[in-house]
Design a protein around this ligand. Structure first.
Ligand SMILES: NC(=O)c1ccc[n+]([C@@H]2O[C@H](COP(=O)([O-])OP(=O)(O)OC[C@H]3O[C@@H](n4cnc5c(N)ncnc54)[C@H](OP(=O)(O)O)[C@@H]3O)[C@@H](O)[C@H]2O)c1
Length: 253
């Protein structure tokens, strides 16, 4: 029997998802994380969580491929039973994502479809298919972006899809409330990860610009984000529901 709560974090191999997974573990929560291609990175996160005394596992998942989701949930069920001794989990963190930089005028249909599949369609149906395995009283945390509130050229498709996730969050909160499931969305500002080619971290000019438009005076780091997601999965956050929480150090206020 497993007495600990269990979180499923998509895209937990790197960047924000990794920090979310580690922060959840620090709060005593067991973690199943997914990766798309970076298996070794995912296994390193699993090892770090296990060293911290929690249970962890990593599964492959392409969130753009809705047709693969039934197979993924079969694997998830097996993992829950064999590694965690249960057949349900408590927290779904829809974090996996990519960035594509293109002006509105030049965004191709292929880029639009790829972003849509990962950032909206995948999140919609992964969450729908997760519902039978999610415990009543559980939590869902979606991941938007500051770019859904303010516009920076080059992110029209991405920003619009993140806006859609914020609307979806409110619908999910409304419809899942009957099961005691709260749904919130965090909106990180610009964070130094591999995202979008690692530009916020590696492009000094961009990094300085982000710092200049951020009230707290620097670009974000993964460690600025994970603790907020972990908090939303604690009892202290039990009455927060249907909310967009921007985690940007005060970007473009
Ligand atoms: N960094 C920022 O400035 C920023 C700001 C606002 C919002 N966000 C959002 O935060 C989330 C995480 O971003 P990040 O900065 O942590 O990015 P990252 O460092 O590039 O990491 C992306 C993660 O998502 C996974 N992933 C990518 N494509 C996938 C797919 N098709 N199916 C399943 N998993 C996939 C990756 O798996 P592999 O390791 O296997 O490739 C990796 O674990 C995204 O939703 C992003 O839109 C980021």
């Amino acid at each position: 029997m497993n007495n600990s709560k269990i979180a499923l974090v998509t895209g937990g191999s790197r960047g924000l998802g990794k920090n979310m997974a580690l922060s959840l573990a620090q709060k005593g929560i067991d973690v199943i994380l997914t990766y798309n291609s970076q298996k070794d990175d995912a296994l390193a996160v699993v090892a770090e969580i296990e060293q911290a005394g929690r249970k962890a596992a990593a599964l492959q998942l392409n969130t753009a491929d809705v047709k693969s989701f039934d197979g993924f949930f079969e694997q998830l069920k097996t993992t829950l039973e064999t590694t965690f001794g249960t057949n349900h989990f408590d927290f779904l963190i829809n974090n996996a994502g990519i960035g594509i930089h293109a002006s509105f005028a030049e965004t191709t249909e292929e880029q639009f479809d790829q972003l849509t599949n990962i950032h909206l369609k995948g999140v919609f149906f992964l969450t729908q298919k997760a519902l039978p395995l999610l415990n009543d009283g559980g939590r869902i945390v979606n991941v938007s972006s500051g770019l859904a509130r303010f516009a920076i050229p080059g992110s029209s498709a991405y920003g619009a899809l993140k806006g859609a996730i914020e609307v979806l969050t409110r619908y999910q909160a409304k419809e899942l409330g009957a099961r005691g499931i709260a749904v919130n969305v965090i909106a990180p500002g610009a964070i130094e990860t591999d995202f979008g080619g690692g530009h916020v971290r590696d492009n000094t000019q961009l990094n300085q610009w982000v710092s200049s438009v951020t009230a707290l005076g620097r670009a974000g780091l993964p460690d600025d984000i994970g603790g907020v997601v972990a908090f939303l999965c604690t009892d202290d956050a039990k009455w927060i529901n249907g909310q967009r929480i921007e985690v940007s150090g005060g970007m473009n206020l």
